[in-house]
Design a protein around this ligand. Sequence first.
Ligand code: SAM
Length: 278
Amino acid sequence: MDNINDNGILYIVATPIGNLEDITLRAIKVLKEVDVIVAEDTRHTLKLLNHFEISKPLISYHRHNEDVKSDVLIEKLQSGQNLALVSDAGTPGICDPGEEIIKRCIDYGINIVPIPGACAMINALICSGISTREFSFLGFLPLNKKLRKCKLEEIGNSNKTIIIYEAPHKIVTTLKDLKQVLDSDRKVVLAREITKIYEEFIRGNIDDLIDMSESLKGEIVLIIEGSDKHIKDNELNNLTLEEHYKFYEQQGFIKKDIIKKIAKDRNLNKNEVYKKFL
Ligand code: SAM
């Protein structure tokens, strides 16, 4: 790509989240061409680079040295070197280091170029079967009690699909916390080990997931269906039947489920609603 000044370019390069075949041709090309690769854990990235026979100088850049290392990286970029930022897995900046250096580069007028690829939350979402129209990605839930309570309440009231990252040793606690705020009719999908040998999508409600989460291992993303409580209480019954239908259709529900939901919201017989939409 053409540069707008003499500075180098910072490439933000997504790497696989499990299956190495998910690296893109462009990612390999950029990693081979840059002057330096900036990695979250250099030992981890070295394995990836060895696999693709890429040999480049590596600089470590992680949560605990972001501030100091940003200065070093900016200097290199200002001297015209091109850098590639990678994280241990997936897309840098998504629950991984990246935000800080990107902000600094913008301040210094340095070009930032995305090299798209795997991201756990997007792949969990698209296979969840839960609406992809509007969603909130919350990353990891806070551990601080007060902040966690606020986030849980937000999830309980959200009418958007919610996406959460969680570590396997904390999943049982997190699911039990979620049970306090989720109605049993809200769908929850646990996506585990995406792109790896034991990849699985466990679909159910919060109770179903608690029942089977004790022995879960591996990396996990939770997808939670949005609540229709708020809209239902305030607005749904003021809509025409057609608008009511469209409301659920836009959330990705199929006809059979929409009819069930409308009948329940309006306290009508399911067959009556069905006939109206024949
Ligand atoms: N930057 C990464 C991305 O683009 O998805 C996320 C990094 S974050 C530190 C790590 C978390 O992402 C894990 O705890 C898990 O919640 C999720 N994750 C990463 N890889 C995964 C996979 N293969 N399957 C399921 N979840 C995954």
